[in-house]
Design a protein around this ligand. Structure first.
Ligand SMILES: Cc1cc2nc3c(=O)[nH]c(=O)nc-3n(C[C@H](O)[C@H](O)[C@H](O)COP(=O)(O)OP(=O)(O)OC[C@H]3O[C@@H](n4cnc5c(N)ncnc54)[C@H](O)[C@@H]3O)c2cc1C
Ligand code: FES
Length: 359
């Protein structure tokens, strides 16, 4: 069940030319519901052009500090919601928001003694910033090595906050900025200040190899968190696997944008049996429609957020039949083998499909 709560916008700040951060006020009676882990996201709902639209935005605030929940939204070219937020949302507005969710988070504890490697690019800083602040504030013995990729100086989000953290935690936090198109004054400035802190280029395989080589794990217990555009995640993972980092220590969050496999047509008018919200629902899925869309179009309320194969809010168990997932950026091989599917991406390949929603 997707339940939304109206939250009031407390503050809006222009972070860069094309991004704003938004802080929300949480009414006291909702405090306990809106508890989140560093790295998780909120789902916002709007009604635009006569349609309901939902989008996920990672929390960039830290649940370990006395901060109001905050998200930051970067414009996407021709993007419906990101531009709506940047152009029209104002202080005092009420926005429908789902409780925090997400499997990309760090299990931050005072007793931890770890090395954290944080890799991010562009708006991918948001969940990383939450993890970074939480770790530095709470885990006095842990070390953080972070690399943050951007186009140029002006596109760096939270630059001042990051600099302040560098200053405050200089004994156990290293931050490298890498810019794909730096302007010259920026590079000159960094070169005189500290050669280490500035690199030119993207966060790619070579950059990650250099980074790990330059900053080997301090504590043996190392974890690797990655958030950015599709290729950046893949390139970072490739480099980490090249140095034998086990999969279990690599955590990724994609914001979407991957190409879907639309080559499979699916079964015409398959019968769907869905166990959802303590009910058994039966309906026919029109050709080409996903399980999720077929349910929504029949007035059901299945859980979903990104509808892009990324967040896994719509996950359900396939109990009978066969499906094709057009895109899957969130379930791992083991989860798929166990019969989990993303209903927002699944079209039927057999006459009867039976699924059970777990939430
Ligand atoms: C778990 C999760 C957390 C997220 N956290 C953040 C966050 O903290 N900050 C943030 O700014 N965004 C975040 N996003 C992305 C966000 O949810 C939207 O996808 C994004 O704002 C674009 O929505 P839109 O309506 O403007 O674009 P749409 O109208 O949906 O899309 C317009 C065009 O842009 C492409 N597109 C869609 N999303 C992206 C993208 N992320 N990058 C590049 N191209 C894209 C589409 O393929 C389409 O062609 C997150 C996404 C997920 C799944
Ligand atoms: S709704 Fe996000 S993966 Fe399906």
């Amino acid at each position: 069940m997707s339940e939304f709560y109206p939250l009031q916008v407390l503050n809006i700040k222009k972070e860069t030319e094309d991004a704003v951060s938004i802080t929300f006020d949480i009414p006291q009676e909702l405090y306990s519901k809106f508890i989140y882990k560093p790295g998780q996201y909120l789902t916002l709902r709007f009604h635009l052009n006569g349609k309901e639209v939902r989008r996920s935005y990672s929390l960039c605030s830290s649940p370990f500090l006395e901060e109001y929940p905050k998200i930051a939204v970067k414009r996407v070219k021709n993007g419906l919601v990101s531009n709506h937020i940047n152009d029209t949302v104002k202080v005092g507005d009420s926005i429908d928001i789902m409780l925090p969710e997400g499997r990309f988070y760090a299990d931050v504890k005072e007793t931890n003694y770890k090395t954290y490697y944080l890799f991010c690019a562009g708006s991918g800083i948001t969940p990383i910033l939450s993890i970074l602040k939480s770790v530095l504030h709470t885990e006095a013995r842990s070390f953080v090595y972070m690399i943050y990729g951007n186009r140029h100086q002006e596109s760096i989000m939270f630059n001042d906050e990051l600099s302040a953290l560098q200053e405050q935690y200089k004994d156990r936090f290293v931050l490298i900025h890498t810019l794909s198109r730096p302007n010259s004054s920026w590079s000159d400035l960094w070169k005189t200040k500290n050669d280490y802190s500035y690199k030119k280029g993207r966060v790619d395989t070579k950059m990650v190899e250099w980074f790990i080589n330059e900053f080997p794990p301090y504590a043996q217990n190392a974890e690797y968190y990655i958030c950015g555009p599709g290729t950046m995640i893949e390139n970072t993972k490739t480099a980490l696997k090249g140095i034998d980092v086990p999969n279990t220590r690599i955590f990724t969050e994609s914001f979407g944008g991957a190409i879907e496999d639309a080559s499979v047509k699916g079964f015409k008018n398959a019968k769907l049996i869905a166990h959802l919200n303590n009910q058994r629902v039966e309906l026919t899925i029109p050709e080409g429609k996903t399980i999720l869309r077929a349910l929504i179009d029949k007035g059901q309320n299945p859980p979903y957020s990104c509808e892009g194969g990324v967040c896994s809010t719509c996950v359900c168990k396939l109990k009978q039949g066969e499906v094709h997932m057009k895109k899957n950026l969130s379930l791992d091989d083991k989860e798929v083998k166990q019969g989990n599917i993303l209903s927002c991406q699944s079209i039927p390949l057999s006459e009867i499909i039976e699924v059970e929603y777990l939430k």
